[in-house]
Ligand binder design. Structure first.
Ligand SMILES: [Zn+2]
Length: 274
């Protein structure tokens, strides 16, 4: 009887400790103010992402010359400046310390793009037919950068680690299951690496990336209306990759939100920042 009581107390203490850890590991997303769980130290996640990013670049064909490659760099740099302005003006300048921006175009038929924690952005040539022009590319890059600024990768990984191991620090997970943890980093960033394993951003995160991405691109001087045409073109492509899944959120909802809420908000930001 006494043993049972001790076990119960132990469990209660562990649960309390876990709850306190989770509560103390809550951040707020810049601009939207949404509370999120992020259990992993951003510096550790950034360092590990950098390894995966370099592996990816070594294993794929990077396009280093030509107008498209130059366009990816130009759009990326403009969006990065917008992010820095927005974060400084909103009292979130501390988030910038983890960012060391890089922008690359990579040869691949997949209509995909992603931004790893730390600001390493890759655009696949396969998405260029959908982005069409520089404004369209700014929609995609603004959206991807927004996922990183809002620490969605950290949030997804924290949720995944909580679900799979109860609670584990990244280094413990790495020591126990290095392959799965490496894959988790890639999946959390939106890199489609393996068949069957999907870790798409949640609907909430997608909407948040749409909203923040439009603010970043509009401040950078691009036309936010391009987002409507881009998502219409993507909706015709039924078989998107995880990051651009046609049902996530539904294209109709997404386009309505973009037109009615996010574009007007982005214009307000752009007007006050100029
Ligand atoms: Zn997304």
């Amino acid at each position: 009887m006494k043993k049972m009581k001790t076990t119960k107390t132990l469990i209660a203490t562990s649960v309390l400790f876990l709850m306190l850890t989770v509560i103390s590991s809550c951040n707020r997303v810049p601009i939207t103010g949404r509370k999120q769980v992020s259990l992993l130290p951003e510096s550790e996640l950034t360092a590990m992402s950098l390894v995966e990013y370099n592996n990816f670049l070594n294993a794929n064909q990077v396009v280093n010359s030509g107008t498209n490659s130059a366009m990816v760099t130009r759009v990326g740099e403009k969006i990065a400046r917008s992010v820095e302005d927005v974060l400084r003006n909103s009292g979130n300048a501390d988030l910038l310390e983890h960012f060391d921006w890089e922008f690359h175009l990579v040869e691949s038929p997949e209509p995909n793009a992603w931004c790893m924690p730390g600001g390493k952005v890759v655009v696949y040539t396969g998405i260029l037919p959908y982005t069409k022009d520089e404004d369209g590319l700014a929609v995609v890059m603004g959206h991807e950068v927004a996922h990183a600024v809002a620490r969605h990768g950290n949030e997804r990984m924290s949720q995944q680690l909580l679900a799979s191991t109860g609670f584990a620090a990244l280094d413990i997970a790495m020591a126990n299951k290095p392959e799965q943890t490496r894959e988790l980093i890639l999946l959390a960033a939106g890199v489609g690496v393996s068949t069957g394993a999907l870790l798409p951003f949640s609907r909430l995160q997608e909407s948040e990336a749409d909203r923040l991405g439009l603010i970043f691109m509009t401040i950078a001087g691009y036309d936010p209306e391009a987002a409507v045409a881009f998502w219409q073109r993507m909706s015709v492509n039924g078989s998107g990759l995880p990051e651009f899944l046609s049902t996530h959120p539904s294209h109709e909802t997404r386009i309505t939100d973009i037109e009615n809420e996010y574009i007007p908000e982005a214009r307000t930001y752009a007007n006050t920042s100029n």
